[in-house]
Write a new protein. Sequence first.
Length: 275
Amino acid sequence: MQRFSDVVGASVDDEKIDLLRGALLIAETEYPRLRPELYVRKVEELALRAKSLLPEGPDAAQTIQVLNQVLFAEEQLRGNIEDYYDPRNSFLNDVLERKLGIPITLAVVYMEVARRIGFPLFGVGMPGHFLLKHYDIDGRETLIDCFASGQVLSATDCQRRLNEIYSGQLTLQPDFLGAIPRRQILMRMLNNLRSVYLTRRNFRKALQIVDLILAIYPRSPEDVKQRAVLLHELGAASRALQDFDLYLKMSPEASDADEIRQMSLSIRRKLATLN
């Protein structure tokens, strides 16, 4: 976790966060012997291939066309529609090897290849569907959907995506298409994994992910509380008690503060009987 903290900690300016390395460090929760440099090299190779196909002085449309050709036509990266909630869709090494991902991990690959050819992109945290955005020198915006093989979207297309996800119950708002910081991109990746593991009741894996979330936002009371609950479920009573106490210190007036105090008291009594 320390290496992840070194990449995403508060002392690192957001624009200097190494997004690719941060994403690969997330994958190390599943693959402790992962060699990140192999996948960094793969992304660099993809960028070299894309660069070799670019015309001189390319515009945004030409650059997107080349990126789409290399990543989707040649490499055959695609969205995993068949098993969207497979945790491997969230690990960048698996995405590059299996050629399958979800919108955010495909977008991270796309962003990092694009960055290496001088084409800046920003993450767009639209509800339920992660996108990318490019600003040209005149300030015009281009939205890209990596889950749809790099399709360029209009606002109407974005509303259509929302309709598919939310059954027509959510109307597109301008802030849905705003660029988000790099920390938020990593947070969204972690939140996806946390949700998958909690749904599967894999509390040990979920705990690893919450630890990484707290490396980004160590003063998040709700995440401290969730770590305490996971530790308690896993039988780590002493560590759970420390986090419950920290939660109460951070949020003494929380709506569930009395409940947490009772839980802490119960843990203390249990621990006392073991001494």
